[in-house]
Design a protein around this ligand. Sequence first.
Ligand SMILES: Cc1cc2nc3c(=O)[nH]c(=O)nc-3n(C[C@H](O)[C@H](O)[C@H](O)COP(=O)(O)OP(=O)(O)OC[C@H]3O[C@@H](n4cnc5c(N)ncnc54)[C@H](O)[C@@H]3O)c2cc1C
Length: 468
Amino acid sequence: VSLPPGFAERCAAVVGPDHVLGARAELEPYATDFWRHTRGEAALVLRPRDTAEVAAVVALAAGHRVPLVPQAGNTGLVGGGVPDASGGQVVLSLARLDRVRAVDPAGDALVAEAGCTLASVQAAAEAADRLFPLSLGSEGTCRIGGNLAANAGGINVIRYGMARDLCLGLEVVLADGRVWNGLRTLRKDNTGYDLKQLFLGSEGTLGVVTAASLRLFPRPRERATLFLGVDSPATAVELLGRARGRFGELVSAFELIVATCVEAAVEHVPGVRFPLAEKAPWYVLAEVAWSLPEGLEAAADAWLEAALEDGLILDATRAQSEAQRAMLWRMREGISEAATRLGAIARHDVAVPVARIPELVERGAAVLREVAPDAYLIPFGHVGDGNLHFNVVLPRDTADLPAVRQRLQTAVFDLVGGLGGSISAEHGIGRAKRAELHARKPALDLELMGRLKAALDPEGILNPGVIV
Ligand SMILES: Cc1cc2nc3c(=O)[nH]c(=O)nc-3n(C[C@H](O)[C@H](O)[C@H](O)COP(=O)(O)OP(=O)(O)OC[C@H]3O[C@@H](n4cnc5c(N)ncnc54)[C@H](O)[C@@H]3O)c2cc1C
């Protein structure tokens, strides 16, 4: 596939020749996803530096009918930020739009451009004595435009919500190159449809996010970070109820991890050591936090003691220093990478009602025995949100791995559907889950999505092949 004559040169006149990449080696990293599962072919990569340049190249693409793939940090896990294999799609990288435009502590808001890394947004909030609570294992690399386009979740959703809930306004370049300025920081604005919601979670299919106003929160001054060994997911769900009963809205994270994943992190993540005296089949990593300077740690210790006495916890520790806390979270965040050492991974980011998590794990194990008897389950994730990364380790030499992955995915999604759950909790649809979405969503949902796409991107130039 070749681009229309003169397209690359016109783009170079907008962004500068150094920011139009065309050589094979330069294109490769933009066309391959984080885990190297999806490899596409990019026709070009464009790297504009501000909203006006983005608008100009989108207008050029619209004029020439060139399909664009918006890309931020390229850590997405469903292949939505990399081009397809046709060789005709152009990657629009937002990485150079990386300024924090304003911080407003009085209004608890911050305005950041789409290419700011999530870690840099967190740091800008902290410098103003505020918290931006979105937190993911990929936070040093993913970028806020990608987080909002993918409606990312992460470890603090239980308290603060998903990326969608943390966004007050957006600036978006539309498919025809016009700029929609919805960058308000108002908490209250009931003037018709909430247009920003259309773009949040739309994975680059309805518009290109160039900047966002974000909600800030009081910064926690005291935290209790607990690591508990438990016998089963059912006990973890019971402890979640007890934690919420005692600490209410202060429960900021509640993660469930199968022992294999903790062992993999201890072995492969530098500086991580096993924090308990006793081993257990499952572990919970939980955090409670508030903005007063003291009192919470003692309350957390009392809660732990009571749960130990009641026989719900096999062993437990509370982080005694910021270094220990950081180590526990490094363990959690290192799991995805460490688990890749165990074999070929089949990933399923699913959600079910919290109370049905134990059933998901039990029935999932039965499904696995049937579909892939050589494989084993390594579930972990955000149990407080009903969201497990229901991952499976397959032997590396599995014959016809893609077909086995596909069969497994279908079986897991059938199970999740039967439990009243979702086939994508926080990672989105991208290209990887598009067929499953179309096979499982009610026809009316798909029709409404298609109508929105047609209204906002009538020529279909924004991320074709993703979601719709
Ligand atoms: C180790 C690891 C841990 C992770 N943990 C979590 C987790 O806990 N929770 C979670 O939700 N996800 C997690 N992820 C997935 C991923 O990090 C998130 O989906 C993240 O939000 C993607 O951001 P990004 O900047 O990398 O976006 P990209 O991968 O670049 O893009 C993601 C999607 O958004 C679109 N897009 C990107 N930028 C724009 C823009 N400016 N305008 C319009 N569309 C755009 C792309 O086309 C693509 O469809 C993890 C990934 C890794 C590798």
